[in-house]
Design a protein around this ligand. Structure first.
Ligand code: ATP
Ligand code: MG
Length: 418
């Protein structure tokens, strides 16, 4: 992308009405726009990061046999009444509206009910199982507080997957495969080392669920950690009884703040029974389907990455999610510099390297500051000086050293994924 053609602008200082670092930085760098508390629009640079994260998640979900679909935001009251989740006393984050004829409509905060009801059209025999479906969908939740920037939105993108299995054994297998896929996702976005599978409360069916908690002061949760053995327990279930049941010892845990970047649940047959989703097994018997549900907050994950990978100059994106690999800045307005930079831009794109091309008529200091604020992994400068030596000036976001490199060397460095 050429910055001369991009409408977003960086600002000198962070917005005064934001408390969360992620929102401060992302607004200042022109990645997001705040529509109201907990509601953010994603601008071209922010959208690139979202799409990069989604692609990593998509690859891992496809890898475990998931099929992508997209459900609707408008939902039927009757389905939620069957599972006793329509009542605002039971689910306190509903947004609801109604049709002109007066019938009530729910706005999607999750999708177990509609997906499970829909599956009645497609699953009737053991031959149809297992089924794993997932989507990236905007969830709407009337959250009481929204002070964590994009880490807690009233409208946010969730990846949610639902698994349908013929037996508890088959369910456990997919649950394990998805747990592993989640950890690969956090690894790939650079958070693997500080993300823990964490025992948490289980919702309606099972006693426990598994959360994926990333250590960060920006998080809203408290977890207890045994780093060495990679064991983590959410404060909400950290008591003697739970520790006993889990066969864990009672001391030596470190208390840390963390953000819940994912949460997966065993649902058993409760929902399929209430919604009437069953199948005929090999033995001719009619049985309810064993379900699981698996959420991962895309915006929250982006917020945690922004919090973790940033410094006093701005964002520091890992390459796997960065809006571009390189920030190309032309310095000086001579025709020769402009031509050389234009040509390099085209060449890099042709090599499949994503580029933010700062071709604006602004002073170098501004360009360098924006490259750092936006957190692009590499910076390349074309100037009269580099023209003279027939080379390019290359600098990494995480180092102050610059070096002169040939185009061949440059492409090689930028193509390196790690
Ligand atoms: P929390 O306890 O943080 O409110 P939750 O347990 O209600 O979250 P789930 O229903 O388990 O959330 O949703 C699955 C995932 O979606 C969460 O693990 C989190 O990553 C993300 N998520 C949940 N609520 C929000 C929100 N308001 N804004 C952004 N992401 C969210
Ligand atoms: Mg949760």
């Amino acid at each position: 992308m050429r910055l001369s053609q991009t409408f977003t602008k960086t600002t000198k200082s962070a917005p005064a009405d934001e408390q969360a670092n992620n929102a401060k930085l992302l607004i200042q760098a022109g990645f997001i726009h705040k529509e109201m508390a907990g509601v953010y629009a994603f601008l071209p640079l922010g959208l690139k990061v979202i799409e990069n994260i989604k692609q990593i998640v998509r690859e891992e979900m496809n890898n475990i046999g998931g099929s992508e679909l997209i459900m609707t935001n408008l939902q039927r009251q009757e389905l939620w009444e069957k599972t006793n989740r329509w009542d605002d006393e039971v689910v306190d984050i509903w947004f609801k509206t109604e049709l002109k004829n007066g019938s009530k409509i729910g706005l999607a905060w999750t999708h177990e009910e509609p997906i499970t009801d829909m599956m009645k059209n497609y699953i009737s025999s053991y031959r149809d199982l297992p089924v794993n479906v997932y989507q990236f969908q905007n969830k709407l939740r009337n959250e009481l507080r929204a002070k964590s920037g994009i880490m807690r939105g009233r409208e946010f993108i969730m990846k949610d997957l639902y698994s349908y299995s013929r037996s508890e054994e088959e369910h456990q297998k997919i649950y394990k495969a998805i747990t592993d896929a989640y950890m690969r996702i956090y690894d790939r976005v650079g958070l693997g080392e500080i993300t823990y599978v964490t025992r948490a409360s289980g919702g309606a069916f099972a006693k426990y669920s598994d959360e994926f908690q990333t250590i960060t002061d920006a998080g809203e949760d408290i977890i207890y950690l045994d780093k060495e053995n990679k064991i983590a327990i959410n404060e909400e279930v950290y008591n003697e009884q739970a520790l006993d049941e889990l066969g864990l010892k009672k001391d030596g845990y470190e208390k840390v703040k963390a953000a819940e970047v994912g949460n997966i649940f065993h649902l058993g047959t409760e929902k399929s029974e209430k919604l009437g989703l069953s199948f005929t097994d090999e033995d001719g018997q009619e049985k309810p389907i064993v379900m699981g549900s698996y959420g991962l907050g895309i915006n929250r994950l982006m917020g945690v990455i922004a919090e973790h990978f940033s410094d006093d100059k701005g964002l520091v994106w890992p390459k796997s999610v960065a809006p571009a690999i390189v920030y190309l800045a032309s310095v000086g307005q001579s025709e020769a510099v402009k031509n050389q930079a234009d040509k390099l831009y085209d060449d890099l794109l042709e090599s499949g390297i994503s580029v933010i091309y700062d071709d604006r008529d602004t002073r170098p200091g501004q360009k360098f500051a924006d490259a750092e604020l936006m957190g692009i992994p590499h910076r390349v400068v074309v100037s009269d000086k580099t023209l003279e030596s027939n080379s390019f000036e290359l600098k990494s976001r995480t180092s102050d050293d610059t070096k002169l490199v040939s185009q061949e060397e440059l492409v090689k460095t930028l193509e390196n994924k790690s």
